[in-house]
Design a protein. Structure first.
Length: 131
């Protein structure tokens, strides 16, 4: 039926990937590779995971993301400036505000991201988990 097709399109549009989703997917892969012994982004240094959220230190994560894209994926960064990264991330549905997390950024605010909303957008948040 037409209603079913419209509902299906609406569901697909909710899952449409943004540039930020692509960056977050790369960060998740970087975290997983670090958990397997490589050195990209570290839990407790560049990000932390709680039951419901991921907190990232955006400037350091973005710099390491750019390096990862150049060295590992051999592609240019999807978002090249940290300022643009922060602005676009703040517009995402999974962004829930800034919070000071002293263990990873001492004096800078970290970005609080909803794991549930990221997962709904198709980002495998489980890659951030593990030690």
């Amino acid at each position: 039926t037409l209603e079913a097709n419209i509902a299906g399109l609406d569901e697909e549009s909710k899952k449409a990937k943004t540039e930020i989703d692509s960056v977050m997917e790369s960060l998740a892969v970087m975290a997983a590779l670090t958990n397997q012994g490589q050195d990209y982004i570290k839990h407790g240094v560049h990000y932390i995971v709680t039951d419901d959220h991921i907190y990232i230190d955006a400037p350091t994560c973005h710099i390491l993301y750019k390096k990862f894209r150049q060295q590992y994926e051999r592609e240019p960064a999807v978002i090249s400036s940290v300022q643009q990264f922060v602005v676009l991330l703040r517009a995402e549905s999974y962004y829930e505000g800034d919070q000071l997390i002293e263990e990873i950024a001492r004096t800078r605010m970290c970005m609080k991201l909803s794991k549930a909303e990221m997962a709904r957008r198709g980002i495998d948040v489980s890659l951030f988990e593990g030690d």
